[in-house]
Design a protein around this ligand. Structure first.
Ligand code: GLY
Length: 369
């Protein structure tokens, strides 16, 4: 059975979640690509070449002028030279406004492919087919697209909502275990900021949460996507939420320190593992500033460890982490901003905290031999 989650707003679309969807993709795809589409570009990383070629061939059989565009695996895809390669292919194939892009891959492919679709002729349709847990619950929904520059990650991009998202849970079967666990950090994040049932499900069955094909993982994916949908429908462009809610910024829970760790580790640290450290860090910040109760703060460590995510980090690098956080694009001006909790599922913003508090919260994370 396929679950259909609807994303409302100015450009509504559906997110499909289920099994064996790639097999039946061609049945639903024409509706998402739009009636006028004649040319389709399937943008995919090297690792997805076989699946992308099969999809391209099926599209050709159905009469589309289909092209498979292979891009580097991982963050290497989010480069202006790779975007330029894609624009070049679209140009030579004569892509018009009514033609479309399909992305088949993880978050980097989604970000790049979305950016190419957003910029070609000022915007053509894009359908995302995420193949990692991280991309399903985060990158594919909400329309953020972008590439990296020498100055940092995601500094060039735009909001360009997809025409549809297809999450085939079967693709998680071949995902390396560490990648799956990394994706669970974003799922747990959704539990803390909006849907505590997610935390209960993980606590009740942590092994199931890490098992592709399990009913609990499917429920976790669907719940996390619903959290993301609710947030982006309220505040697509991250300009702010209502009634004191930080809006889309809430999705950055754990990401301020997380991005600093990724930067310090030259992006060889898994995103989810870095975000896990960042979530424990902001839980400590919120506890230290009297905003979060001990039980909820401690729950961060417990839940993250249950799924195999890290909660401690090496010592002696606070100055570097602090400096990296200051250049993070999410800090406004020179003021550091953190999404914190004022209670379970009650996100808020902590702006410009005391330097001593910042360091004390980090000291809690430092691993002791
Ligand atoms: N990845 C956070 C967001 O989509 O806003």
């Amino acid at each position: 059975m396929t679950t259909r989650l609807h994303v409302g707003g100015a450009s509504p679309y559906d997110v499909l979640v289920g099994h064996d969807l790639l097999g039946g993709l061609l049945d639903g795809l024409p509706g998402m690509l739009g009636e006028g589409a004649q040319r389709v570009a399937v943008i995919h990383p090297v690792a997805m070449a076989a699946r992308a070629t099969a999809l391209r061939d099926s599209l050709l059989e159905r009469g589309y002028d289909a092209h498979a565009l292979e891009v580097p695996d991982g963050e290497g895809a989010k480069d202006v030279a790779v975007a330029a390669f894609c624009w070049d292919v679209l140009g030579r194939a004569g892509f018009t406004r009514s033609d479309a892009v399909v992305t088949l891959g993880g978050g980097a492919t989604t970000d790049l492919g979305g950016f190419v679709a957003a910029t070609w002729l000022r915007g053509v349709r894009v359908v995302h087919v995420p193949t990692t847990l991280l991309a399903m619950v985060d990158a594919a929904v909400g329309g953020k697209t972008g590439i990296n520059t020498a100055a940092g990650k995601n500094l060039v991009g735009s909001f360009h909502e997809p025409a549809g998202v297809v999450c085939d849970l079967d693709t998680l079967e071949t995902l390396p275990r560490n990648e799956l666990i990394s994706g669970l950090a974003e799922v747990v994040k959704c539990g803390f900021i909006a849907d505590p049932r997610i935390l209960e499900l993980v606590e009740a069955d942590p092994d199931g949460a890490r098992t592709p094909g399990s009913a609990v993982l499917r429920e976790l994916v669907e719940r996390a996507i619903q959290v993301k949908i609710d947030v982006v429908v309220d505040d697509l462009t991250e300009t702010g939420g209502r009634d004191g809610h930080p809006g889309r910024e809430a999705l950055n829970y754990g990401h301020t320190l997380g991005h600093a760790v990724e930067r310090l580790e030259s992006y060889r640290f898994r995103h989810g593992a870095a975000v896990a450290l960042g979530m424990r860090y902001v839980a400590e910040l919120a506890r230290l500033t009297g905003r979060l109760d001990d039980e909820t703060a401690d729950r961060h460590t417990r839940v993250l460890e249950l799924v195999g995510l890290p909660t401690t980090y090496r010592g002696g690098v606070w100055e570097e982490l602090h400096a990296a956080m200051k250049v993070d694009k999410k800090s406004r001006g020179s003021t550091l901003r953190f999404v914190v909790l004022d209670g379970l599922a009650r996100p808020g913003v902590l702006a410009g905290p005391d330097e001593a508090v910042l360091q004390t919260a980090y000291d809690v994370l430092v691993e002791h031999p």
